[in-house]
Design a protein around this ligand. Structure first.
Ligand code: WTA
Length: 650
């Protein structure tokens, strides 16, 4: 493919940016690289509030890291209490939009009141530091309130995405040996109620360790409450008022060790069993909040919106902990992007005057498919910065996002990171570096990534290899809950002394990183290494194509052959002719060896609930025409059934 166009930051953007120009970036980056201990130590002293100072920045005995040793702090205190002293007291912390059209504005002062009251409720029920709570909630303010109340007391929370089934919920409750579940009667999604309490009841049939279920009333639907176990949040709150009076609004934040567990978040691994990724207090919070400045160039008056669900790491770090630690105003939206119509995002951007908008490539591509009339119907002039996360963004989607949403004015930060990294690792600093569509660009300060071969040796520029991170960083995963052996094997033994990301990447002559996708998505066709992403990107570049997913299919002669699943934009297409055209198109864009042997047109692609294409399922379909294994994260099971039974090949 020809060299992509690059986009330097505009003079106007640089003028107000907190990190201005490449020289400033390099200075910051080099300082962190040369003396990481002092870099992180100074930053931690400056940007977090401490009950007791730490006496050592890092103790590193791979794979065990202890950051900010002997320091005492509290994540909730840093996200809430310390903002109450100045003008942020009355600043909105959360601007919440419900799917049905209801809305709430929660100031830092109000957030403090809600969190302190709920923490007092947890205390009254007998919960204490080190206990574990599962949170299975819709996207309502009570979810961050519950997370922060747990953090305030040192209770380890684990948010389970509300789209997970009772089975998946049960597995997580059991793995964590949780004593408490916080949930709601239900939540709203595309106008329908997602019944959460029903799933909790089902899951708890096999979880005798759970003493209480606290239920927030959201949908007011009729649900059974089990005597002695289940309690309504609002009733507990009334009781608290009756017994505690005014003191209900105050609850001391516990002074916790820097590495006190903050939360466990389950994520899918290479095996069927999800991994409980453990993050701890100070290091996690430090890097989540520092990236708010480095990546989002956060200013005091920004209205910042990350469209993720709090059930995933992006919501943890970039709806709750990062923005609140940084004193931002964060938008939180309950429902689906296409409800009641395809302009819901743009309607909210216009209404709340959102200035920073952070979403996923999947969402962008879904909206591209609906056409420009939806964003064009709204005033998007409040936007000044756009972000992308979760998967590689193909240049065609990047260009659309830039032109149609950002009106060619707003830089796009393509942020690479993982549940395990806790915070953004590779991303442009928008006032510093030129953007290349499709590249997450350069590492943030203190992050030392490399691209290596199977022996751990760095590969040459523009060669594909494994993406690793060479030095520990404060927000790194500390362990896999209950499975330290798997933790060490998975992350710290593939390349000795380095963290193995599981992603493939290449680095170009400017040092920019191009993340190509998971290593198990790399194909080998006639001895050529091919990235599924590269072919997908080419396909999506074609005017007829909405989305594409490419997998390797076993092939007698070439080892693997390229198989592409393609969804088309609206229109009447001749599949046979278009199939030929797309093969030619890919040959033209990348090279004849990359030409898909097999093109299958489909109405939709199987996705996880966080919006990632489940290539593993597609691989199974092309290999055996059947689907086995863990499908609990599937957005729409019917898609899989349709794909396995409907095979269009010419
Ligand atoms: C992928 C989400 C390319 C990558 C924050 C990684 C990306 C996995 C990007 C982690 C990006 C995330 N460009 N690929 N900007 N961001 N990924 O744990 O394969 O849900 O390993 O964390 O998503 O997904 P996770």
């Amino acid at each position: 493919m020809s060299d992509p166009q690059t986009y330097p930051p505009s003079d106007e953007f640089v003028a107000r940016a907190q990190v201005k120009g490449m020289a400033a970036y390099r200075e910051l980056y080099d300082r962190a690289k040369q003396d990481p201990q002092n870099f992180w130590g100074d930053l931690a002293r400056k940007s977090l509030s401490w009950f007791e100072p730490f006496d050592k920045t890092l103790e590193w005995n791979p794979p065990t890291a202890k950051w900010f040793v002997n320091g005492k702090t509290n994540a909730c205190f840093n996200c809430v209490d310390r903002h109450l002293a100045g003008s942020r007291r009355t600043k909105p912390a959360i601007l919440w939009e419900g799917e049905p059209g209801d809305a709430r504005v929660i100031t830092y002062e109000e957030l403090h009141r809600l969190v302190a009251r709920f923490a007092n409720i947890l205390k009254q029920l007998g919960y204490k530091t080190g206990d574990r709570a599962i949170l299975y909630m819709p996207m309502v303010p009570e979810l961050p309130v519950a997370m922060l109340a747990c953090a305030r007391l040192g209770i380890i929370h684990s948010v389970v995405f509300a789209g997970f089934s009772a089975e998946a919920l049960k597995a997580r409750i059991q793995d964590l040996a949780a004593e408490l579940v916080i949930t709601a009667d239900g939540g709203w999604r595309r106008g329908k109620e997602v019944r959460l309490k029903t799933a909790v009841d089902e899951a708890l049939e096999d979880c005798p360790g759970v003493r209480n279920v606290i239920v927030h009333r959201r949908t007011a639907s009729d649900i059974p409450m089990k005597n002695g176990r289940d309690r309504w949040w609002h009733e507990l709150d009334q009781q608290l008022a009756a017994t505690a009076g005014e003191s209900a609004n105050n609850c001391d934040a516990a002074a916790l060790d820097s590495d006190h567990p903050l939360y466990v978040l389950y994520t899918s691994g290479t095996t069927g069993k999800p991994k409980g990724i453990l993050h701890t207090t100070a290091g996690y919070l430090l890097q989540a909040s520092a990236s708010m400045t480095w990546v989002f160039d956060l200013r005091e008056d920004d209205i910042y919106w990350c469209t993720a669900d709090i059930g995933w790491v992006t919501g943890h770090s970039y709806i709750v902990y990062g923005p609140l630690a940084a004193g931002a105003t964060a938008v939180m939206y309950e429902g689906a992007p296409d409800y009641p119509a395809f302009d819901r995002f743009w309607q909210i951007v216009e209404k709340l005057k959102v200035s920073i908008f952070y979403t996923s490539p999947t969402a962008i591509r879904a909206l591209i498919r609906q056409g420009e009339k939806w964003p064009d119907a709204h005033n998007l002039s409040s936007l000044r910065l756009l972000g992308s996360v979760g998967e590689p963004i193909n240049p065609a989607a990047w260009e659309w996002y830039h032109r149609v949403i950002g009106k060619a004015r707003c830089p796009i930060v393509d942020t690479w990171w993982q549940t395990e990294t806790g915070a953004i690792m590779i991303s442009p600093m928008p006032g510093a570096m030129p953007l290349k569509p499709g590249s997450a660009s350069l590492p943030l300060p203190g992050v030392i990534p490399d691209v290596v071969d199977t022996r751990g040796e760095p590969v040459r520029n523009n060669r594909e290899g494994y993406l690793i991170i060479r030095e520990p960083w404060p927000s790194m995963v500390r362990t896999i809950w209950g499975d330290p052996k798997r933790f060490e094997e998975q992350y710290w033994s593939r390349v000795p002394g380095a963290y193995f990301t599981g992603d493939a990447a290449r680095r170009d002559e400017d040092g920019y990183f191009w993340v190509l996708g998971r290593v198990d998505d790399v194909m080998n066709v006639s001895g050529h290494r091919l990235s599924t992403m590269e072919i997908e990107s080419a396909l999506v570049h074609h005017h007829a194509v909405a989305e594409a997913a490419v997998v390797g299919k076993p092939h007698e002669i070439t080892g693997q052959a390229v198989c592409a699943f393609v969804t088309l934009k609206k229109g009447n297409w001749d599949h046979t002719a278009l199939g030929q055209e797309l093969r030619q198109w890919v040959a033209h864009e990348i090279g004849p060896f990359a030409r898909p042997e097999d093109i299958r047109f489909t109405d939709a692609l199987p996705k996880t609930r966080s919006g990632k294409i489940m290539r593993r399922l597609l691989r199974e379909i092309v290999t055996s025409n059947a689907v086995t294994g863990d499908v609990t994260t599937l957005e729409d099971l019917t898609v899989v059934t349709a794909l396995s039974s409907h095979h269009e090949e010419d």
